[in-house]
Write a protein that binds this ligand. Structure first.
Ligand code: AMP
Ligand code: MG
Length: 416
């Protein structure tokens, strides 16, 4: 059986190999990575600009407090007339400094006189005080955002500030999510058959994918049943996509046909089992059609928590690598484990749903009440997964790695 680290290495290499770039509208780029360096088309700021509401002056005229005639008014978005020496011009934040001026005295340090014809400047100013110089943030031609940067809010805004739309982005794969199982009933329907349960992995996996990239195209086409005809019909549709994410049917049960049937369709298996808990049965590979179309296939275990964890551990980094991210794995956090009873060692890497708290004396992580891989409620109450390497006991006080669950934040540590 493969280790988690071996599996991740294979998955990342596969994701990188599948990258394609294209221009996408800025509004669709959220969460994706830039496919090329973006450099500035002009200096920024593009002109010397006032950082305050106040009066533009020549600093030499205001070497000490003084009174000057007011010769004009400049607002953001206009170009002021040249400033005559010995005068001051009223200026607003963001407005270009008029030629001849080299400093701004904030309005708080001034007083209007004679109905506004003159102004009392109550402090001395130095050259370039309260002025953002042209090009001080970056210069024309500078690389401002590097290839591989994930386009989150500030990066998207920076691209907008550079006037860029569309932007070079790695193409997002089209994903099809297919839960499998005879027992599954779509939420909203009535359960009539004994032994039936509601289908939750479709919602889970689609939501997790959209958390990575909101503009990802995720298709759901219903629930496949545990027989040849049904699975093959769903594979016909699913394999048409760039990625097929299946849940269930990949373990050792009599009706676990997913792997068998995919192999009949030419699945090149790269990973079949990974020594992690939860989530041991895990299928990864691709199907190359005769017309050349390649579909990457993830077969996730059916238990909801296993599905969620394998999505986090494997599908998410694959997607981020495919999308060009420079850091598809993100950072792991270290925290001190808090347990009443030690967590037993097993020959697999354990991922324990837990609460990460951060306080003045560092981070602690305590497992939530959790009944195993079917207990989605336990997971929903966690903000992190505590990681115990293969063969490691988890004792109270041990320092362990922690994976933050996306969109969850560390909680304050009430003890510290
Ligand atoms: P499987 O991997 O198909 O053997 O499923 C393992 C367990 O997960 C079984 O108890 C299934 O009923 C449950 N399960 C499988 N798929 C889903 C799903 N889509 N939604 C909720 N539970 C599921
Ligand atoms: Mg099943």
């Amino acid at each position: 059986m493969m280790t988690k680290e071996e599996a991740i290495a294979i998955i990342l290499a596969h994701g990188v190999a599948g990258r394609r770039a294209s221009e996408v509208p800025l509004s669709d780029a959220r969460g994706r990575a830039l496919a090329a360096d973006v450099s500035a088309g002009s200096d920024f700021p593009p002109f010397d600009k006032s950082t305050m509401d106040g009066y533009a002056v020549a600093a030499l005229d205001v070497a000490s407090p003084t009174i000057l005639p007011v010769s004009g008014r400049i607002v953001a978005g206009m170009e002021g007339a040249p400033l005559q020496r010995g005068t001051a011009a009223k200026i607003m934040t963001g407005a270009p400094l008029p030629p001849g001026a080299d400093a701004v005295l904030p309005v708080e340090d001034t007083a209007m006189m004679h109905g506004g014809s003159h102004v009392e400047l109550r402090r001395a100013v130095k050259p370039w005080q309260n002025v953002a110089r042209r090009g001080e943030d970056f210069r024309k031609g500078d690389v401002v955002v590097a290839r591989g940067t994930i386009m989150d809010a500030p990066v998207l805004a920076l691209l907008a500030m550079l006037g860029r739309d569309p932007v070079p982005s790695f193409t997002a794969p089209r994903v099809c999510v297919v839960p499998t199982g005879d027992e599954l009933v779509p939420p909203g329907d009535a359960i009539v058959q004994p032994g039936a349960i509601y289908e939750s992995n479709g919602t889970l996996l689609e939501s997790q994918l959209l958390e990575v990239v909101p503009s990802l195209r995720v298709t759901r086409v219903g629930i496949a049943r545990d027989n040849r005809a049904s699975l093959n019909a769903f594979f016909d549709v699913g394999l048409d996509h760039d990625v097929l994410v299946l849940s269930g049917g990949v373990s050792m049960g009599d009706l676990d046909l997913v792997g068998v049937l995919l192999k009949e369709r030419g699945l090149r298996v790269a990973i079949e089992k990974v020594s992690i808990k939860p989530g041991k049965p895990f299928l990864f590979g691709d199907v190359v059609r005769t017309d050349g179309h390649v579909c990457t296939v993830f077969g996730l275990p059916g238990n909801p928590v296993s599905s969620c964890v394998t999505m986090e551990l494997f599908v998410r980094p694959w997607l981020l690598a495919r999308l060009g991210s420079l850091a598809p794995l993100g950072a792991t956090i270290s925290a001190r484990l808090r347990v009443d009873r030690a967590i037993k060692a097993i020959p697999r890497t354990q991922h324990v749903p837990a609460t990460l708290r951060v306080g003045a004396d560092g981070a602690t992580v305590s497992p939530v009440r959790w009944n195993g891989s079917g207990d989605l409620r336990g997971l929903a109450q966690a903000n992190a997964l505590a990681v115990l390497p293969m063969g490691t006991v988890g004792q109270d006080g041990d320092v362990v790695d922690v994976i933050m669950l996306p969109r969850r934040v560390p909680l304050p540590n009430l003890d510290s």
